[in-house]
Design a protein around this ligand. Structure first.
Ligand SMILES: [Zn+2]
Length: 82
């Protein structure tokens, strides 16, 4: 039973280093809306690292930058579909 479960679950996901901030050699900035949009979905949610491909260091900085931008009302918390 256990062996079967181990064998069948977990698809392998190919990890590709595709960090936008490493490529551009910039750091996430809460004032820079254009680059913050890379880490936000169209509903205004923060995209996870597995999906966006941003590295750990920049994801952490980016999420806090997004939260800061939300707090000072540059970025919306929720985007409602129209
Ligand atoms: Zn990076």
């Amino acid at each position: 039973m256990l062996k079967d479960r181990r064998r069948t679950t977990r698809r392998r996901i190919i990890k590709r280093k595709n960090c936008f901030y490493c490529k551009q050699k910039i750091e996430p900035d809460y004032k820079d809306l254009e680059t913050l949009k890379h880490g936000v979905s169209d509903r205004g949610k923060i995209i996870g690292r597995m999906l966006s491909g941003i590295c750990q260091k920049h994801q952490k900085a980016l999420s806090s930058a997004i939260k800061r931008a939300r707090y000072i009302a540059i970025l919306p918390y929720v985007v409602r579909p129209s």
